[in-house]
Write a protein that binds this ligand. Structure first.
Ligand SMILES: [Zn+2]
Length: 84
């Protein structure tokens, strides 16, 4: 299968955290953004996550969050996303 020119919802969800952290390649960023432009479900998820991440970062202020904490926050987000 050669679908690399387009992401489906699953592909976007898998990359959402890295997208928000801007840790994807420019090509991946473009593909995720292209999907967010056409998919309200993923766009809503992206807005939700970016709001949560922003508020967490604001609360943490200048303190650098340990990676383990960030991983745990993402795990909780993943579980909520699947559970509800
Ligand atoms: Zn989608």
């Amino acid at each position: 299968m050669n679908e690399s020119h387009q992401y489906d919802c699953q592909a976007v969800f898998r990359r959402l955290d890295d997208f928000l952290d801007r840790e994807l390649t420019p090509e991946e960023m473009t593909l995720v953004q292209a999907h967010l432009d056409i998919c309200e479900v993923c766009a809503r998820e992206q807005r939700f996550e970016s709001t949560v991440l922003a508020s967490i970062r604001a609360k943490l202020g200048q303190v650098r969050a340990p990676q383990a904490l960030l991983d745990r926050i993402r795990l909780v987000l993943d579980q909520e996303r699947r559970g509800v």
